[in-house]
Design a protein around this ligand. Structure first.
Ligand SMILES: [Zn+2]
Length: 322
């Protein structure tokens, strides 16, 4: 059963909101575009791995996608977590192409694409660290002896996985996505004993959902983008043109002639994605480029957003989810 499904990661949503509203000529644009495609490729890989996971019998596992848990004053994120009374499995997903040489002695991954070599941190080390952190997190939820397993799954089926002679056993830990199901069957054959009662499993599930804290980054400041660099105005839901006009009770796009009664909603979400903060009528009015306090008020009350404070001081909230 999928307990926490995979949504579009908030960072990808944020990068997209910035790209919609940053002028073509802005110097940070190429770097942001690169980061956006890199993250999208990673997300695509995660969705491909989700497909293999979806082939497992639904009743056997509780599945949590992109779960981010507190650890001391920090957090750690697990791409996919499978939980059963018998064991838990942490899956770290990569979407890497080319020749991937895993060196278990130096704990490095050497990726070669078109003759170009790149040394990367070993994803195996990464998932083992997450396993260590998860073990500590879990022990705070309840005393347990739940066995923990880990896998690094590479979604790119054409990558060549290699290692040093004699170390081939690491391919029980690092594999192409297509091998996941078979490896999980092997784990099931080893872990037959139940370590969690249904009530304990439920407790872990609730704690995972309660403790999950999505990563909210301040991308504007990371790329030194100023508020005045960002185009304001309502974004056309069809062609993404910024600056629809509110005429006769409907938003009109001057570029593609699309008409919409609700186009302000994705623009309000853009504002939250960009600035991470609750907002007042005056702030969102400026962002929507509409002069009327009353019209803005009508939009906001119809959107049914949670709010605090009264009248001029009323602040609206919109929670970002991944
Ligand atoms: Zn349009």
């Amino acid at each position: 059963m999928i307990v926490k499904p995979r949504g579009v990661p908030i960072t990808i949503q944020k990068l997209q909101a910035i790209l919609h509203r940053l002028p073509e000529s802005h110097p940070s644009r190429p770097e942001i575009e690169q980061e956006y495609s890199r993250r999208k490729a990673g997300y695509k890989g995660e969705l491909e791995i989700d497909y293999f996971i979806s082939l497992l019998p639904e009743e056997d596992y509780l599945i949590f996608c992109a779960i981010r848990l507190p650890y001391g004053s920090n957090y750690f994120q697990i791409d996919t977590l499978l939980l059963s009374p018998q064991f838990a499995l942490l899956i770290e997903t990569k979407n890497l192409a080319g020749d991937l040489f895993f060196n278990p002695e130096s704990n490095q991954l050497i990726k070669t694409v078109n003759g170009k070599e790149e040394i990367m941190p070993d994803p195996l080390l990464q998932v083992k660290r997450q396993k260590y952190q998860f073990k500590r997190w879990l022990s705070q939820v309840l005393p347990n002896n739940l066995p923990l397993e880990h896998i690094v799954a590479n979604s790119n089926q054409t990558a060549k996985l290699r290692t040093i002679p004699g170390a081939e056993s690491i391919f029980k830990e690092v594999m192409v996505g297509g091998n996941l199901l078979f490896r999980i069957s092997e784990m099931e054959a080893i872990h037959k004993k139940k370590h969690l009662t249904p009530a304990q499993l439920e407790k872990v599930k609730e704690s995972l959902l309660n403790d999950h804290q999505p990563l909210i980054q301040d991308i504007l400041s990371q790329y030194s983008i100023k508020r005045q660099d960002i185009k304001t105005g309502v974004r056309c839901p069809k062609c993404n043109h910024i600056g629809m006009s509110w005429i006769g009770g409907v938003w009109n796009c001057s570029k593609c002639e699309h008409r919409s009664k609700t186009a302000h909603l994705n623009t309000i979400k853009d504002h939250v994605l960009l600035y991470n903060t609750p907002f007042k009528n005056s702030q969102i009015r400026e962002f929507l480029n509409i002069p009327s306090v009353q019209t803005t008020y009508r939009f906001l009350s119809k959107a049914n957003l949670p709010s605090t404070g009264q009248n001029k001081h009323r602040t609206y909230h919109l929670e970002l989810t991944d």
